[in-house]
Design a protein around this ligand. Structure first.
Ligand code: NAG
Ligand code: NAG
Ligand code: NAG
Ligand code: NAG
Ligand code: NAG
Ligand code: NAG
Ligand code: NAG
Length: 514
């Protein structure tokens, strides 16, 4: 037999053998090895508390490790709704008292709930920094009156609790700030600012035990609203806070040295020290009363967006020079971030309140108006939210009045409140997803599972904390609402049929936050 013919038969055998192995592997992978069980996520669920009040607070975390975000919220009731053996008296509170509840994002079943404080003055959840990932997420609560405690998000257990040492007329400024670990226990620590009269004080607490570190520090400025912890490009920490018609600042290094009487791990920045007035702590004099302060992503680190009574200003996070200024005076809500053009951060600004509200989408790097729309609002409307979509833009969720025109003739109490969805690829339409007449206490649009469908979470309840009533927590998948939604044409761009527009919204894919 010629060698070449034997070789070719060999080749044939090798070919069929490898083909067979390939097919076998395909068969095993696709039919024999079972797929991991994916828990079924219900499209909609709802839980009710019949005689309760609730708080403007929602937190999302995968508590039961089923890869679906779960929801944490607060309510005030006489005893827990589905477990009569859990009552306020068990924890030493009088009825009613405040409960923390964690419910499964998949089906709304209660994972844990327990009474934690008599009434809630402030609540904030901390996310573990990457370096202390062995520490679980916790929510810090300041009770009214006292205590000051941390609750584990995964189990609901109290991690630590201390009687609050703040005086009776002291209010705790929101938000609580997380500072780098100063007591060397591997967990980031807490900086709490309080206000009594005109004076603002700072207290540092250990994040893992809640013990106070050092003593009270005086910030030497007046003011009553949202502080911000900013890190300069040189790695120096500065506390920024609105003060009388200006922006004031204090280095964390200086505050830490005052509180503990010794040096700490913090740096100061020569440039900032030069600009800061040592006696008034003023950083930017005469910029108008500062209403909101937020960190925003910049080209080389974090910048600072300042909303004052006169303008919106983007400050360079290192040089403190304005990158742009938009003279707009009626901004009474904190801006939010999203993406209008792919991968280009944008900021949503609401100009005016009530029926005069106008929504502006600005490019963050230039301050240019990318989109604007009048959208009548209502008192107590939840803030706008955004969710990243797979095309590297964002979907935006706005609350507004159901009737976008002719609102004046209606009794505001009968007005229905509607949730509108907007996507930058369809700048000429808003989609009215849902409308409710109940009082909305908290709202969020959430991606419950990575790269899956978006859902919204709505917490409704009595408007007054003195009158208990029906409290409802509702989750709804956004895509299920699209077929019955109302398309609102804004008279811009080309006009597609309503069905074509609903299809576009149905096909939207979402992206996990990066
Ligand atoms: C009700 O709460 C008690 C006390 O925390 C607990 O032992 C019990 O398992 C709970 N029952 C249900 C059905 O959750
Ligand atoms: C829970 O509260 C309701 C309403 O106040 C009351 O009727 C019920 O008896 C309470 N249950 C327990 C076990 O205390
Ligand atoms: C809800 O889902 C959890 C898992 O996420 C499961 O353990 C539980 O049995 C479900 N409850 C109901 C009532 O379906
Ligand atoms: C709170 O402030 C009021 C009025 O300034 C004062 O009368 C009262 O004594 C203060 N209470 C406490 C506990 O400091
Ligand atoms: C700090 O501010 C005070 C009051 O506005 C002013 O009198 C003083 O000159 C300022 N100091 C510096 C170094 O700018
Ligand atoms: C903001 O609203 C005010 C009054 O409602 C209006 O005069 C002003 O033009 C608006 N600004 C912008 C930039 O649209
Ligand atoms: C809004 O409410 C009206 C009146 O209750 C109802 O007919 C309509 O279907 C609702 N629209 C949406 C999108 O839910």
């Amino acid at each position: 037999m010629p060698v070449s013919s034997r070789l070719s038969r060999c080749r044939t055998v090798a070919f069929f053998l490898s083909l067979f192995i390939c097919l076998f592997v395909v068969f095993v992978v696709s039919f024999v090895i079972p797929c991991p069980d994916r828990p079924e996520s219900q499209r909609m669920w709802r839980i009710d508390y019949n005689a309760a009040v609730t708080y403007d607070f929602l937190a999302m975390e995968d508590i039961n490790r089923d890869k679906i975000q779960d929801v944490v919220f607060l309510y005030k009731d006489t005893n827990s709704s589905n477990n009569a053996s859990l009552s306020c008296a068990d924890e030493g509170f009088s009825s009613p008292c405040a409960f923390v509840a964690a419910v499964s994002g998949a089906n709304g079943s209660v994972l844990w709930e327990r009474p934690v404080v008599q009434d809630v003055a402030l609540v904030e959840c901390t996310t573990p920094q990457p370096s202390d990932s062995k520490v679980s997420s916790a929510c810090i609560l300041v009770g009214r009156p006292g205590p000051f405690l941390a609750v584990s998000l995964s189990t609901g257990e109290t991690l630590w609790s201390h009687p609050s040492s703040f005086g009776g007329n002291t209010s705790v400024l929101s938000p609580l700030l997380q500072v780098p670990d100063v007591d060397g226990d591997g967990a980031s620590d807490l900086l709490i600012l309080t206000q009594e009269g005109k004076e603002i004080s700072g207290y540092i607490y250990s994040g893992s035990t809640g013990d106070q570190i050092g003593r009270r520090g005086s910030l030497g400025v007046g003011g009553d609203s949202g502080p911000l912890l900013h890190v300069t490009r040189t790695g120096a920490h500065y506390l920024l806070l609105p003060c009388a018609s200006s922006l004031c600042s204090r280095s964390l290094k200086g505050l830490y040295e005052e509180v503990t009487g010794r040096g700490g791990p913090f740096k100061s920045d020569p440039r900032w020290e030069n600009v800061l007035n040592a006696s008034t702590h003023s950083l930017l004099p005469s910029s108008g009363a500062v209403r909101y302060l937020m960190n925003v992503p910049g080209k080389a680190g974090q910048d600072v967006l300042l909303v004052t009574s006169e303008a919106c200003v983007l400050l360079d996070g290192q040089k403190l020079t304005p990158k742009w200024t938009l003279g707009i005076a009626q901004v009474l809500r904190k801006p939010i971030l999203g993406h209008y053009k792919p991968d280009t951060p944008a900021v949503v600004i609401e100009n005016g309140t009530g029926t005069d509200r106008q929504i502006l989408l600005l490019g963050l790097s230039s301050g240019a108006v990318l989109w604007s729309q009048a959208l009548p609002s209502f008192p107590g409307a939840p803030p706008t939210t955004s969710l990243p979509t797979a095309d590297h833009r964002s979907a935006f969720f706005f609350w507004g009045l159901h009737e976008l025109i002719g609102t004046n003739e209606m009794d505001p109490r009968d007005a229905r409140h509607s949730l509108y969805m907007f996507h930058p690829t369809l700048p000429g339409v808003l989609l009215e997803l849902a409308n409710v007449s109940a009082n909305i206490v908290a709202f969020d649009a959430v991606l419950f599972e990575p790269s899956r469908h978006a859902a919204y979470v709505l917490l409704t309840g009595p408007a007054s904390s003195d009158v208990p009533g029906l409290v409802s927590m509702i989750k709804h998948k956004v895509r299920d609402l699209v077929p019955d939604s109302r398309v609102v044409h804004l008279g811009k761009g080309r006009r597609d049929s309503d069905q074509a527009i609903r299809d576009r919204f149905s096909w939207l894919r979402y992206r996990s936050e990066v």
